[in-house]
Design a protein around this ligand. Structure first.
Ligand SMILES: Cc1cc2nc3c(=O)[nH]c(=O)nc-3n(C[C@H](O)[C@H](O)[C@H](O)COP(=O)(O)OP(=O)(O)OC[C@H]3O[C@@H](n4cnc5c(N)ncnc54)[C@H](O)[C@@H]3O)c2cc1C
Length: 458
C-alpha cells in the first residue's frame, strides 16, 4: 500500500473531519487518524452529552416547579438515571457514528485507527504504518487537567469523561473547580437529586467574568441548594474508603468537605505530550499548547495546529472556525485570520449565560469612553411569563465609534439572544441600527433595543 498522502489529519475533533473532507473534495489524498472515539471531546465527553444532561435536569426542575404554573403531578419527581444515561448515549452515539461513517464514506480519504506520533516533520507513525505527507494538520484536542495536589494519587476522583459514564446518582458530589465544567455538572447533579458542594480557590466563581455576573451565577446556584466553598487556598484530597475528603482553607466553615464522590473540574490540558512533537521540531508553550500564528501555522512550514491543542480557543465553535480559517487560506486563497474573530461562548447553567466581546472590566481597562446598558430579567416580560426571571443583561458600547464592545445575557434564552449582539459586532454597525430595529414581542431579544436606548456613561 502506498502510504504517501497529500495531507495527514491527526484527530477527529471539531476541525479535523471537516478539513479532511474539504481537502479530499479538492482532489487531495488525505489520511485521517483517530486513537479514540470518533468526534472527539464535544461529541463523546463534552458539549453533546453534557447538554443532554442539562436538558434532563431542566425537565426535572420544571416538573418540581409544576405547581407554580398550576400544573399538578400525581407523584413526586423521580429521576431515572439509567434512562437519563440511555438518552445521552443515544444522542452522543448517533453523532459519533455520523462522523465515522462520513469519514469512511468520503472519497480520497483513508481512515486510520490508532495513536499517531510524529517521526519527522513529514512522517507520522500509526502502529505498524508509517504515513508520509506534504502537509500535516494536528487536531488532537485536550483532556481534563489533574494538577499534582496533595492526596490526588491516593483519592478516587472523577473527570468529565468518567462522570458521564455514571448511571447512578452520587449521594454527595464534591466538585473542585468553579469554572464552566464544574458549574454545569454541579447544577445538573443537584437537579437530579445529589447534594453538591463546589470548592473554588478564587474568591468567586468564573473569576474571569465581571463580578456582578459571578455573584448572580452564585446566587442562582445557591438558591437551588448548591453549597460553595470559595477562597479554598490549600486544597488537599483525602481517601476515607466510603467517602472522599477535600480539605480547604477557607478561613470560615469546616476545614474539610466530605462527600461520596469527587469531580475534578480544574481546566484542560492539551493532548500533545505523547505526539512526538520534538521529532518534527514543533514548538509548544510551557503548558504543552502548540504555538501557532494567526493563520494557525506552527513554526514548521508544513504543519498546522487546530482546535483546543493550539490554546487559541477552547470551544467547539473556535475549533470549527480554525478549520474555516485554514481551509480559506489554503484552498480558497482567501486571507482569514484568528484575529478577526470575536470572543463568544455560553455557560449552560439554567438560566444560561451568553457572552460576547469584552467584559465590563475589560472595557473599563481599554481606555475607551464606554457606555453601559443594563436590564434585570425581572423587567423582561417574556422571562416573567415563563417564570424564569433570574439574571440580567448588560451591554457595553464605545461612545465614539458607537460600536458594541461586548455583552452578557444571563437569563432565559441568553444562549440564543447573544447572537443578535454578536452579529451586529461582526457587521461593525453602530448600536443605533439595533436600537431602531423592530424586534418581536414578547421575546427576550425585544428588550435589547430598549436597553440600547437607555445607555449611560460607565
Ligand atoms: C464537559 C465539557 C463540556 C463542554 N461543553 C462545551 C460547549 O457546550 N460548547 C463548546 O463550544 N465547547 C464545549 N466544550 C469544549 C469542546 O468540547 C472542545 O473545545 C471541542 O471538542 C474542540 O475540540 P478539538 O477539536 O480541539 O478536539 P477534540 O474534540 O478534543 O478531539 C481530539 C481528537 O483527537 C484524538 N487524538 C488525540 N491525540 C491523538 C493521537 N496522538 N493520535 C490520534 N488521535 C488523537 C482524540 O482521541 C480526539 O478524538 C466542553 C468541554 C467539556 C470537557
Amino acid at each position: 500500500m502506498n502510504n504517501t498522502y497529500d495531507a495527514i489529519v491527526i484527530g477527529t475533533g471539531q476541525s479535523g473531519p471537516s478539513l479532511a473532507a474539504r481537502m479530499a473534495a479538492a482532489g487531495k489524498r488525505v489520511a485521517i487518524i483517530e486513537r479514540g472515539r470518533f468526534g472527539g471531546t464535544c461529541v463523546n465527553t463534552g458539549c453533546i452529552p453534557t447538554k443532554t444532561l442539562v436538558a434532563s435536569a431542566y425537565a426535572a426542575q420544571l416538573a418540581r416547579r409544576a405547581g407554580e404554573f398550576g400544573v399538578e403531578l400525581a407523584s413526586p419527581v423521580r429521576v431515572d438515571m439509567k434512562r437519563v444515561k440511555a438518552r445521552k448515549d443515544e444522542i452522543s452515539g448517533k453523532s459519533r457514528d455520523g462522523v465515522e461513517s462520513w469519514l469512511r464514506g468520503t472519497p480520497n480519504c483513508t481512515v486510520f485507527q490508532g495513536h499517531a506520533r510524529f517521526e519527522s516533520s513529514h512522517d507520522v507513525r500509526v502502529g505498524e504504518e508509517l504515513l508520509g505527507a506534504e502537509q500535516i494538520f494536528i487536531n488532537v484536542g485536550g483532556r481534563a487537567a489533574v494538577p499534582p495536589m496533595p492526596g490526588v494519587t491516593r483519592t478516587p476522583y472523577l473527570t468529565n469523561s468518567s462522570l458521564l459514564d455514571f448511571s447512578s446518582l452520587p449521594r454527595h458530589l464534591v466538585i473542585v473547580g468553579g469554572g464552566y465544567v464544574g458549574l454545569e455538572f454541579g447544577q445538573i447533579f443537584r437537579r437530579f437529586g445529589s447534594d453538591v458542594t463546589i470548592v473554588e480557590k478564587a474568591s468567586r466563581l468564573i473569576a474571569h467574568e465581571d463580578e456582578d455576573v459571578s455573584k448572580e451565577v452564585q446566587a442562582i446556584l445557591e438558591r437551588e441548594g448548591i453549597k460553595m466553598r470559595l477562597n479554598a487556598t490549600c486544597i488537599e484530597l483525602a481517601n476515607y474508603g466510603e467517602e472522599v475528603g477535600v480539605r480547604v482553607d477557607c478561613g470560615e466553615g469546616a476545614p474539610e468537605v466530605r462527600g461520596s464522590h469527587l469531580l475534578l473540574a480544574m481546566g484542560r490540558t492539551p493532548n500533545t505530550n505523547d505526539l512526538g512533537l520534538e521529532n518534527a521540531g514543533i514548538a509548544q508553550d510551557a503548558h504543552g499548547y502548540i504555538l501557532v500564528d494567526d493563520q494557525l501555522r506552527t513554526n514548521v512550514p508544513s504543519i498546522w495546529a487546530l482546535g483546543d491543542c493550539n490554546g487559541r480557543g477552547g470551544f467547539t465553535h473556535t475549533s470549527y472556525n480554525d478549520f474555516e480559517i485554514v481551509a480559506a487560506n489554503l484552498l480558497d486563497h482567501e486571507k482569514r485570520s484568528v484575529k478577526d474573530r470575536i470572543k463568544a461562548y455560553n455557560l449552560y447553567i439554567d438560566p444560561p449565560l451568553g457572552r460576547c466581546g469584552m467584559t465590563e472590566q475589560e472595557a473599563r481597562m481599554s481606555g475607551r469612553r464606554v457606555l453601559i446598558g443594563m436590564r434585570p430579567m425581572a423587567r423582561v416580560s417574556r422571562a416573567v411569563e415563563k417564570g424564569e426571571s433570574q439574571g440580567f443583561m448588560k451591554v457595553l458600547v464605545d461612545e465614539d465609534s458607537k460600536e458594541i464592545l461586548g455583552a452578557n445575557i444571563l437569563g432565559t434564552g441568553g444562549d440564543e439572544v447573544i447572537h443578535c449582539v454578536l452579529d451586529l459586532m461582526y457587521a461593525r454597525a453602530p448600536y443605533t441600527v439595533m436600537q431602531r430595529a423592530m424586534h418581536i414581542h414578547p421575546t427576550v431579544s425585544e428588550l435589547i433595543p430598549t436597553m440600547l436606548g437607555e445607555l449611560r456613561p460607565i
